[in-house]
Design a protein around this ligand. Structure first.
Ligand code: TMP
Length: 235
């Protein structure tokens, strides 16, 4: 498949067209941003690690019969994926309290949540991706109630698969963010599944092995991502 024009550049990825209208190439950059782009840096090696880590998780989901946009890893930084019509909603799933949940609602960081929390955010940089509910999204024309209930169902299924798998590798899946899109009318999981979009903690020590190392200036980001990769490729 031939690489064609750049279609879109996001904070951490670039999407290229291919000579097949149904497929795109997803290129993982080394750039890291936080707080809606206010904090920025380039971290050598992050892009390659994220391409490899996403590949492991998308393949894992496929093995569980869960369809995604992933087709194959093309090279160190690029994946081939189905071209989706993006639904402008971020679905966040939380097992353990961290991040904005702690700041907003006063949970203690590290507290196991009594139920799995699912949240919707409206994907809109100008508005800073606000937390919304299904009525907001329906009124905005971002997605329908029916689609949201399907996204919610799929997000819970992804949580079940990833959480069980990660536990075997001594990693806690604290929380994560998913994005979905439509492929010829079918809802498919898109985007990436990486330590940029998930919180992974060492299940024994509680050490943060994700983008919080950058958000909180803890250092050692590539080492943490490499550690996640090392663990998840073990049988
Ligand atoms: P939060 O606690 O900051 O709301 O983040 C929840 C999860 O969503 C966490 O795993 C990080 C991920 N996330 C993104 O992937 N992109 C974002 O823009 C934000 C704010 C969070």
């Amino acid at each position: 498949m031939q690489k064609r024009d750049q279609l879109y550049e996001g904070k951490a990825k670039i999407i290229y067209a291919t000579d097949d209208p149904d497929h795109v190439i997803v290129y993982f950059k080394d750039d890291a941003t936080a707080f809606n782009g206010l904090k920025k840096d380039s971290i050598f090696g992050k892009g390659e690690l994220n391409a490899k880590i996403s590949t492991v998780f998308f393949k894992l989901l496929a093995e569980h019969g869960f369809p995604t946009h992933f087709v194959e890893q093309l090279n160190e930084r690029e994946l081939l994926a189905k071209k989706l019509e993006i639904i402008p909603v971020e679905v966040v799933v939380r097992n353990i309290a961290a991040g904005s949940l702690v700041k907003r609602l006063g949970f203690s960081e590290g507290q196991l949540l009594p139920c799995v929390i699912r949240e919707f955010y409206y994907k809109n940089d100008a508005l800073g991706d606000p937390l919304v509910n299904e009525y907001h999204l329906e009124a905005l024309g971002a997605s329908t109630f029916e689609q949201l209930s399907e996204l919610s169902r799929q997000a819970l299924e992804v949580n079940r698969i990833l959480r069980t798998f990660l536990a075997k590798h001594d990693l806690d899946l604290v929380d994560f963010k998913l994005e979905f899109g439509l492929f010829h009318g079918q809802i498919l999981l898109g985007d990436e599944i990486t330590p940029d979009t998930c919180r992974f903690w060492d299940a024994t020590s509680g050490e943060k092995l994700d983008k919080d190392r950058f958000r909180q200036d803890l250092g050692g980001l590539t080492e943490a991502y490499a550690e996640v990769y090392r663990r998840i490729i073990q049988g």
